[in-house]
Design a protein around this ligand. Structure first.
Ligand code: NDP
Ligand code: 13P
Length: 343
């Protein structure tokens, strides 16, 4: 079995470390906080992020990054998108052997507008790995850590590294597929968080299932529109990392994006919401990134634009809904008219 470093001891890093430990790997769980490493090693609990879960004794938590990555067959980055560059730079300085690089973050960097694997490629020494692998899909940490049935997808530019990650993570509770479309896999995982904010806002406003279904379906349409303009396959958005993750994030109380959206819908201000959450709400920064990308790619993303207005320009949730509902008339699927040769 392999020695694997998991970087980031939040809810998802801890849950993925448990999957890897269940598979018999020797797992080092790196946290940037020494006291958290001590807490995990002594109490076998991650009280802040996964309080109900007992962490197997085969997982060793530590705050020394050098020791964590030393001789590792794979390094799995599970930190919030906004610190991926910084953590990659730290790893780049310490890495002295060739390894497999995996990440499981769901976001887009609003400064560079790059996907997470692109940011990592800019920082990690190319001689030390083949391709960055992304792991994404409908997978709340709280359920994965309890070994409830979960399916995810791994993707990398070439299949070899994705297949290595597939066999590393896969077990009877955690089924892992491969997909060659890394652009679609990363964009689907990142952009669904915007729609989950929207679904939460809708519920927080007191709207019903019709409104949420509309947001999810029209949200998926704009995700796919942007994604295909950036080189993704439209098919990927029908898969686990597209519609699958959209369903789980828009309908679950586990979702931080949904819960943050709910509070916004109830009228709380963004700063207050983020303070109450105390965990990463990736959709907030991703909304900003996606809005800029939609302008760069000349792609219409009305839901994203509305949520951007709400998050960054003080628009009221109800105003945004009214704006969306009173847009001009549209075909549901423009391409279908071309395909069927109809006017
Ligand atoms: N939770 C989930 O179910 C899933 C999450 N993801 C994705 O995984 C990524 C991580 O999310 P998640 O684990 O849920 O987030 P959490 O909010 O649960 O935890 C974030 C973790 O990152 C740590 N961290 C923050 N800044 C740094 C830094 N500069 N260096 C090192 N560590 C840092 C935090 O430490 P501290 O406690 O000190 O703040 C904390 O341990 C996100 O992109 C998310 O979208 C993907 C699938 C499922
Ligand atoms: O990506 C996730 C589930 O697949 C987790 O979503 P949240 O970050 O909204 O909790």
């Amino acid at each position: 079995m392999a020695k694997i470093a998991v970087l980031g001891a939040g809810s998802w890093g801890t849950a993925l470390a448990i999957v890897l430990a269940d598979n018999g790997h020797n797992v080092k769980l790196w946290t940037h906080r020494k006291e958290q490493a001590e807490e995990i090693n002594t109490s076998r609990k991650n009280h802040k992020y996964l309080p109900d879960v007992t962490i197997p004794s085969s997982i060793y938590a530590l705050a020394d990054l050098q020791e964590a990555i030393q001789d590792s067959a794979a390094i799995v980055f599970v930190v919030p998108t906004k610190v991926v560059r910084d953590v990659s730079q730290q790893v780049a300085k310490l890495l002295q052997h060739k390894t497999t690089i995996v990440h499981a973050s769901k976001g887009i960097d609003p400064d560079s507008l790059k996907r997470v694997s692109e940011v990592m490629e800019e920082e990690l020494p190319t001689a030390m790995y083949e391709d960055v692998v992304v792991l994404s899909g409908p997978s709340h940490a709280e359920e994965v850590a309890l070994r409830q049935p979960t399916t995810v997808t791994v993707s990398s530019k070439t299949i070899k590294e994705a297949e290595y990650a597939q066999q590393m993570f896969m077990n009877e509770h955690f089924r892992v597929y491969t997909n060659p479309d890394i652009i679609g896999v990363e964009l689907g995982g990142a952009l669904k968080n915007i729609i989950a904010l929207g679904a939460g806002i809708s519920d927080g406003l007191g709207y019903g299932d019709n409104a949420k279904a509309a947001l999810m379906t029209r949200g998926l349409a704009e995700i796919a529109r942007l994604g295909t303009s950036m080189g993704a396959s439209p098919l990927t958005f029908t898969g686990l990392t597209g519609v699958g993750d959209l369903i789980v994030t828009c309908t679950s109380q586990h979702s931080r994006n949904y819960r943050a959206g709910y509070m916004l819908g109830e009228g709380y201000r963004l700063e207050e919401v983020l303070e109450r959450m105390g965990m990463v709400v990736e959709g907030v920064r991703t909304t900003n990134a996606a809005h800029k990308l939609s302008q760069r790619q000349c792609i219409e993303m009305p839901i994203t634009a509305g949520i951007e207005q709400l998050l960054y320009h003080d628009a009221k949730p109800k105003e945004v809904v009214d704006q969306l509902m009173t847009r001009g008339r549209r075909h549901e699927m423009e391409d279908l008219y071309d395909l069927l040769g109809k006017q």
